[in-house]
Design a protein around this ligand. Structure first.
Ligand SMILES: Cc1cc2nc3c(=O)[nH]c(=O)nc-3n(C[C@H](O)[C@H](O)[C@H](O)COP(=O)(O)O)c2cc1C
Length: 160
């Protein structure tokens, strides 16, 4: 429904890269805007993944996944993980944090253990309990009206 997608394009959201390890051992990851705080006790996030994503099956079966909330300096990382590239990790600084591929550039990193995974329609809902949270100061990467590069300006307002 066009009015629905138009309405949702006006909802300001942050962006995060969700990562995990495939059964064969290699890392995988995708960009999502559907990330939110789910509960404080226990500390949990909610992420929604399209069944068409190649990360859907690894995420639905994983023992841990990573949430990387991106800053305004990571627009290139956002585009890489929104792509269908064969190896999105080549050329990026990353390391294993237990079984989770951790991107060094992201200012906010959460390591999560899935506590609920269920399908609804053509998406999978993942609720993850946060077992590690690292936070560095950075301007957020904002997604608004189908553009990645909106910025929050000092003194108020959101500008491309
Ligand atoms: C701004 C933006 C937000 C997105 N949000 C989501 C999302 O919340 N969930 C999702 O499954 N895909 C989302 N996507 C699409 C995936 O990032 C995209 O389909 C990606 O190619 C999937 O990669 P994969 O097949 O390697 O997993 C979003 C893409 C963009 C550009």
């Amino acid at each position: 429904m066009a009015a629905f997608t138009d309405a949702m394009s006006r909802l300001v959201s942050g962006l995060a890269v969700i990562t995990t390890r495939r059964a064969a051992g290699e890392p995988c990851g995708l960009l999502v805007s559907s990330i939110c705080s789910y509960s404080v006790d226990p500390p949990s996030v909610l992420v929604v993944v399209d069944h068409a994503s190649r990360c859907r099956d690894p995420l639905a079966r994983c023992g841990a996944f990573g949430v990387h909330v991106l800053g305004s300096a990571q627009e290139d990382v956002a585009r890489t993980f929104a792509s269908r590239g064969a190896d999105k990790f080549t050329g990026l600084a990353w390391e294993w944090d237990a079984a989770v591929p951790r991107l060094r550039a992201a200012p906010i990193y959460l390591r999560c253990t899935p506590t609920a995974v269920f399908d609804h329609g053509d998406h999978t809902v993942l609720i993850g309990e946060v077992t590690r949270a690292d936070v560095a100061e950075a301007e957020p990467l904002v997604f608004y009206r189908r553009l990645l590069d909106w910025r929050l300006r000092e003194g108020g307002g959101l500008h491309p």
